[in-house]
Design a protein around this ligand. Structure first.
Ligand SMILES: Cc1cc2nc3c(=O)[nH]c(=O)nc-3n(C[C@H](O)[C@H](O)[C@H](O)COP(=O)(O)O)c2cc1C
Length: 381
């Protein structure tokens, strides 16, 4: 079986295959009457498509058809189903090598799990194409959060070994400005010079028929303290389950993450202090989460995205039908890097996870409603 539905308070179900007629999703748990902004949805989908030689040459219009749950631009409260047709499909590219297992992709594991019945064309259900409906749905969740003063954005912290040296600001207005710029960016770095160097590395990998990976970092200021449903619904458990569902994600950390392991407690702890009568912390090593619950400081998380598995360099593999070792020289259209395209997917999944947790804690009333817990006036400088 597969599990294509996630969420407790708010649920998202994903469907489709890369070369099937359409991909899409069903959302349940939206408050009746909330506005559905199709223009913003289109902007986000355009960001996911990526640009020029840095991304796949597959060109999809990503036109969203709302099949249910919206009337006169507003959610009805019934299941919202949206679909996106697959139009620029070239399944022939895969036919010559369809029995040759792509190293690093899901060709072998999908065959084993689904007993040979999974759709192999273009990676089928395991294609990065499935992230388009996630982004379409994410646009709705991002809008819901923004109405509550919760903004978030993701930047490429590193790519192909090149780092975006500029850090997220520790001051609210400056961080808000950084996030606003990233939320519009097609290649999201804080330093334009680092962005240009990363783009060059991706181009060089593409020219060599190879690929590169990267690290994505997300910041979410404005969350109220107290969000999260430990044990199994903690902020970290919820968001990591969602982000590890994104194809290509192989690592994740919150705050200092793996960096905690080499510190002493006296270096790792975030001291508490009072600011305008509210409890805040003087540093944010824990990335805004203690005990799986938000503490009112900005949520900070990172994912490691591996290099695209489909590369054009010749590789050793096995012919699954003939059961013999062979060489794989791939054809088809692939991203030389998926990390920059995945930034908007990460935004969408984080927004979904947070909305799910808000629905679990507060029911539907927080969506567009007046009642809202007080935000801590965090500031670390
Ligand atoms: C936006 C996006 C685009 C992707 N494009 C490709 C691609 O063109 N070729 C490819 O082999 N993998 C691509 N991937 C990654 C694969 O889907 C993924 O590596 C594969 O399903 C195996 O899963 P795993 O890496 O999580 O183990 C993409 C992922 C994302 C998020």
């Amino acid at each position: 079986m597969s599990r294509d539905t996630f969420g407790s308070g708010l649920t998202l179900s994903l469907f489709g295959e890369s070369h099937g007629p359409a991909i899409g999703c069903i959302i349940e748990g939206l408050r009746p009457g909330i506005a559905i902004d199709l223009d913003f949805m289109a902007v986000q989908l355009k960001r996911r498509r990526g640009a020029d030689a840095l991304s796949t040459p597959r060109r999809e219009a990503d036109e969203v058809r709302i099949l249910s749950g919206v009337y006169q631009g507003r959610a009805t409260g019934a299941a919202l189903c949206l679909a996106i047709e697959n139009k620029d499909v070239r399944s022939g590219d895969y036919q010559r090598t369809q029995d040759l297992l792509r190293p690093g992709h899901a060709d072998y594991t999908a065959r084993r799990k689904y007993m040979g019945f999974s759709d192999p064309r273009g990676g089928g259900h395991f294609s990065g194409r499935l992230t388009a409906p996630l982004v379409a749905a994410g646009s709705i969740f991002l809008r819901l959060l923004a109405e509550k003063g919760i903004t978030l954005a993701t930047r490429l912290l590193s790519c192909g070994g090149i780092a975006d040296e500029t850090a997220f600001s520790q001051e609210p207005a400056a961080l808000a400005a950084q996030l606003a710029a990233l939320a519009q960016a097609h290649f999201p770095t804080l330093s334009p010079e680092a962005g240009a160097a990363m783009a060059e590395t991706i181009r060089a990998a593409a020219t060599a028929g190879d690929s590169v990976g990267g690290i994505l970092e997300t910041a979410v200021p404005g969350l109220p303290a107290g969000l999260g449903e430990p044990f199994f619904g903690s902020v970290e458990s919820t968001l990591s389950a969602l982000l590890f569902s994104m194809p290509g994600v192989k690592g994740m950390e919150f705050g200092l993450g793996f960096g905690f392991a080499s510190l002493r407690g006296s270096q790792a702890n975030d001291p508490f202090r009072l600011q305008e009568g509210a409890i805040v912390t003087a540093s944010n090593h824990n990335g805004g989460v203690n005990g799986g619950i938000t503490n009112g400081m900005p949520l900070l998380l990172r994912t490691a995205v591996k290099p695209t598995p489909s590369i054009f360099v010749e590789q050793d593999t096995v012919d699954y039908s003939a059961m013999r070792e062979c060489k794989l020289s791939l054809q088809g259209r692939h991203d030389p890097c998926v990390a920059h395209r995945a930034a908007v997917v990460q935004d969408s999944l984080v927004a979904f996870g947070l909305c799910d947790l808000l629905n679990q804690a507060l029911g539907l009333t927080w969506q567009g409603g007046p009642d809202w817990p007080r935000e801590a006036p965090w500031n670390m400088v």
